[in-house]
Design a protein around this ligand. Structure first.
Ligand code: IMP
Length: 183
């Protein structure tokens, strides 16, 4: 699994095969639940783009994809609690079957804000699909309809997730050692 980083920098949590298999299962579950309907996937940038790309291609129902960007952690590894829309959707979600596709839920503040805000736009339905659920530091409870993996309280990167813009391209998920990300 080498070639991306020094071994000293990482501890692999989820390998590429495990991720691919689970994403396929999520795609199958969504396809079953939404049979006969078109889903509107809201990809939360930037972290969810890799997950979205694989998830969307595993769907057998028609899908419409749009993107949204929220304020993120910046270079720190803990949430500030401040959430801001940096880029809004280009299409209306009114009357659509919306699924928010998010990379990871930690405090839950980002998702809580997003769910409440999108509900005011009157979608026909609104569900949440997250790859990683980190429940240890949850502050705001948000129902998660589709979850890839529950993970321990560690800062993880890879498969779209970054630290200071790095590691998003790595095809597996690993725990970034604290000495690499001093906070
Ligand atoms: P929350 O608002 O605390 O739930 O944080 C959600 C956002 O924080 C995610 O969309 C990620 O961008 C970022 N985040 C939370 N935990 C991690 C992590 O372990 N690695 C990388 N980004 C993370």
């Amino acid at each position: 699994m080498g070639g991306y980083l020094n071994d000293a920098e990482h501890d692999i949590l989820l390998g590429p095969e495990a991720i691919q298999a689970r994403v396929r299962e999520l795609g199958e579950a969504i396809s079953r639940d939404y049979a006969g309907r078109e889903v509107f996937l809201v990809c939360v940038l930037k972290g969810a783009w890799v997950f979205l790309a694989d998830l969307a291609r595993s769907l057998t129902v028609p899908a419409f994809v749009d993107f949204m960007a929220m304020s993120s952690y910046g270079n720190a590894t803990q949430t500030s609690g401040l959430v801001q829309i940096i880029k809004d959707l280009e299409q209306s979600i009114e009357g659509r079957h919306v699924i928010i596709v998010e990379d990871i839920v930690d405090s839950g503040l980002t998702l809580r804000y997003l769910v409440d805000m999108l509900k005011t736009r009157r979608p026909a339905s609104l569900k949440v699909c997250v790859l990683l659920d980190k429940p240890a530091r949850r502050v705001s409870q948000v129902p998660l309809d589709y979850v890839g993996f529950e993970i321990p309280d560690a800062f993880v990167v890879g498969y779209g997730l970054d630290y200071a813009g790095r590691y998003r391209h790595v095809p597996y998920i690993f725990i970034l050692k604290p000495e690499v990300h001093p906070t």
